[in-house]
Structures are given as C-alpha cells and as structure tokens.
Design a protein around this ligand. Structure first.
Ligand SMILES: [Zn+2]
Length: 90
C-alpha cells in the first residue's frame, strides 16, 4: 500500500483549538504523528499507509481534511537514486 506523509499546519494562536480537534477526531492517527509545537513550529507530520490520496485525507479530522498537505512518499535505495539521476541527465 502507498505511504503518505500528511502535513497539518496551524498558527500559534490556533494551537489549542487545533490540538483539541486532533484529540477529538484524530486519536487513531496520533500514534503516527509528530508535532513541532513545542519547538515553536506549529505543524504536525504523520506518515501512514492508505489506499490512495483521498483515503489518506479521509483519515484526518474532518475540519482539517481540506487544508492538509497529503503527499505520497517513497523510500529510495542508492540504486533507485542512481536511476533517477540517470533520468535527469537525459
Ligand atoms: Zn501548535
């Protein structure tokens, strides 16, 4: 299954409300989520598997689905990087 990275940003002023929303609707993804809030970066990042991008978005708290940045991500091996660099050389 594809792996997705989900980025959710909020402002410092909106931090309490954002965390409350995640506590209310997002307990199932809390275990996969890292928060930058305590470092002053009011953004969270989560990675998890989903069938496709709409399914990944659907796993998020409803009030946050539209604004979330959802990116399909992959790990690269050194060979894969070599292959990618070959493509860029033309
Ligand atoms: Zn925050």
């Amino acid at each position: 299954m594809p792996q997705y990275l989900v980025e959710l940003a909020h402002t410092e002023a909106d931090c309490a409300r954002a965390l409350e929303t995640i506590r209310t609707y997002g307990l199932h993804i809390l275990n996969y989520t890292w928060f930058g809030c305590m470092a002053g970066v009011h953004t969270s990042w989560a990675t998890f598997e989903a069938e496709d991008e709409p399914h990944a978005r659907f796993a998020l708290p409803p009030p946050m689905r539209a604004q979330a940045r959802v990116v399909e991500v992959q790990k690269f091996t050194p060979d894969r990087i070599q292959q990618i660099l070959g493509f860029h050389k033309g």
